[in-house]
Write a protein that binds this ligand. Structure first.
Ligand SMILES: Cc1ncc(COP(=O)(O)O)c(C=O)c1O
Length: 318
């Protein structure tokens, strides 16, 4: 008999299609082939409608701000991001009829500008010589000059960012895998994904090891991730929440991203390659010791978002 068909759910609005992302087992990578008792799953955050994990945080920050009266159609949501968070703000802004203004260095690649513009966001450009810090400075000046006009979500300090993962990502993992889940792996950018998910998983009545992935060098090409020792540390980051911080090299992340496309049919971004690389290391260690494990790695976004990459620099997520 055929297995029952998975049915697409009907949603009233695009916001409701955020979250509830699928888990897909990785079994064709040579390290995992034929491994019994060792499971590695990718949680496909690329299936969110804006194409990345940042849809969750942007939605929670925007809805909480509206509920608390900090954001309305009369205000402008402004932030300095040319990456996934910018796309998420622009998409949700369009769906809710909110004004969105994104400040980015003028030299950001054309496809990134086009995605934000396609959703109707206004773009303001900062001095390319000043990089992402210059864009942050421009936003802070705009908000300081006219605080009533703007809402500045500041995802690095906003508790709604990890809350999205506490209520969403973490709960979904418990719902989908329950006590089978032994390890959770995600990268540190704003740290919202790791903070919120780890907080929820630590409440489970069985042990789940939470592993945070960090670039091994200050100058790296794992876009979306932060090397904490050389960065402005996000206010929401609590280094005690993950059980372990695993450094991953740019090369390992990029190689695994390539392999995932060719060996598993999963074309993902480089931060996701780094997460899966770490998950495979955990699986290899368990296999060597004959221990069963069930590891989930976050797949933050799709590989085609990097066809026109930004140049490597210290911090990418602003
Ligand atoms: C591609 C990618 N991976 C990982 C992250 C990190 O997620 P978080 O900000 O929740 O730490 C981000 C954040 O922007 C990202 O864009």
């Amino acid at each position: 008999m055929n297995a029952p068909l998975l049915r697409a759910r009907a949603h009233d609005r695009i916001l409701d299609a955020i979250g509830g992302t699928p888990l897909v087992r990785l079994s064709r990578l040579r390290e995992l082939r034929g491994a019994t008792g060792v499971k590695v799953y990718a949680k496909l955050e690329l299936a969110n409608p804006g194409g990345s994990v940042k849809d969750r945080a942007a939605k929670q920050m925007i809805l909480d701000a509206i509920k608390e009266g900090r954001l309305s159609r009369e205000k402008i949501l402004v932030d300095s991001t040319s990456g996934n968070t910018g796309v998420a703000y622009a998409m949700i802004g369009a769906a809710l009829g909110l004004k969105i203004e994104l400040v980015m260095p003028r030299n950001v690649t054309e496809p990134r500008k086009r995605v934000a513009r396609a959703y109707g966001a206004k773009l303001t450009f900062s001095d390319p010589m000043e990089g992402s810090d210059g864009a942050i400075r421009v936003v802070r000046e705009m908000v300081a000059k006219d605080p009533d006009r703007y809402f500045y979500p500041d995802q690095y300090s906003n508790p709604s960012n990890p809350l999205a993962h506490y209520l969403g990502t973490g709960q979904e993992l418990l719902d989908d895998l329950g006590s089978e889940l032994t390890h959770f792996v995600a990268g540190l950018g704003t740290s919202g994904t790791v903070m919120g998910t780890a907080r929820r998983l630590r409440e489970a009545p069985f042990p789940i090891r939470c592993v945070a992935v960090e670039p091994s060098e200050a100058l790296h090409g794992l876009e979306g991730l932060k090397h904490m020792a050389s960065s402005i540390v996000p206010a929401i980051y609590d280094p005690k929440l993950p059980h372990e911080i695993m450094p991953v090299s740019t090369e390992a992340g990029w190689d695994m991203a390539d392999r995932l496309a060719r060996e598993e049919g999963l074309h993902v971004g480089h931060s996701s390659g780094a997460n899966v690389w770490a998950a495979v290391e955990i699986a290899k260690a368990a296999l060597a010791e004959g221990r069963p494990v069930c590891v989930v790695a976050i797949v933050a976004d799709r590989g085609d978002r990097y066809f026109a990459p930004m140049k490597w620099e210290k911090s990418y997520v602003y």
